[in-house]
Design a protein around this ligand. Structure first.
Ligand SMILES: Nc1nc2c(ncn2[C@@H]2O[C@H](COP(=O)(O)OP(=O)(O)O)[C@@H](O)[C@H]2O)c(=O)[nH]1
Ligand SMILES: [Mg+2]
Length: 233
């Protein structure tokens, strides 16, 4: 596992710096598709990353960047779970502003992505998990090519109705922990309907990672994004 500190004063690198390396490699192939996972603390981002690694690692060469405020807990969880080889997992310690590291001052994250590609050879897919502090955190388009926003049913079934940039603009909205709906009195049909209303035609997936192969739909969506990315340089 690699560790990157976001030690620079925030804001000094400006917004979207163009994503570091160009999208096409010198040999004409496309660089790794970068997919960001954002959303509130505890919604299931790390669990989704772990499940995606399990579902996709046989067909794609992948790596993960985690963002934590002061720890490396998410990366250490992924290491313990053995979802990928240690050299494919990198941790960014963001300091107090986890949203800044994925939106405004993305240099530590870009460096982590590029170091992973240098260490592991050409990658197909890099998953970037945000430090996840609230409902408004979104990724810079200079850091990721697509973003998934993860909320959970236990956070309240009015969350999709309340909206916010993650809910309304993420390329995929995941409503996680559907298995908990009966216990917290969440109305799944209402959550899905509110989310669809807020998002126009953008996709919504309801999932439970407690179910066998619970990540299947999200894995298929990521696989399709990757295929489209490769097909249209
Ligand atoms: N019941 C249930 N628990 C889940 C599900 N997905 C994740 N969890 C649990 O929710 C907690 C927080 O998940 P985590 O992935 O660490 O959230 P993160 O903060 O968004 O990365 C952990 O204890 C997970 O095991 C799910 O679909 N159902
Ligand atoms: Mg996490």
């Amino acid at each position: 596992m690699h560790l990157h500190h976001d030690t620079e004063p925030h804001g000094h690198h400006g917004a979207a710096s163009g994503g570091g390396r160009p999208p096409v490699r010198p040999d004409g192939t496309r660089r790794a598709l970068r997919v960001g996972l954002g959303g509130p603390v505890g919604s299931g981002k790390t669990a989704t990353v772990a499940a995606l690694c399990g579902a996709l690692r046989d067909e794609l060469s992948l790596a993960v960047v985690t963002n934590d405020i002061y720890t490396r807990e998410d990366a250490e969880f992924l290491l313990r779970e053995g979802v990928l080889a240690p050299e494919r997992i990198s941790a960014v310690e963001t300091g107090a502003c986890p949203h800044t590291a994925i939106r405004d001052d993305i240099s530590a994250n870009l460096e982590a992505v590029e170091d992973l590609e240098d260490a592991n050879g050409p990658l197909d897919l890099v998953l970037v998990e945000s430090g996840g502090d609230n409902l408004t955190a979104t990724f810079s388009r200079g850091l990721v090519d697509a973003q998934i926003f993860v909320i959970d049913v236990a956070g309240g079934d009015d969350v999709p109705r309340k909206g916010g940039p993650g809910i309304t603009t993420a390329d995929l909205l995941v409503v996680n922990k559907t298995d908990l709906a009966p216990y917290v009195g969440a109305d799944l049909a209402r959550m899905a309907a509110d989310a669809r209303l807020r998002r126009g035609g953008l996709p919504v997936v309801l999932q439970s990672l407690r179910a066998p192969d619970g990540v299947r739909e999200v894995a298929a969506w990521v696989g399709a994004r990757r295929a489209a990315w490769v097909a249209h340089p």
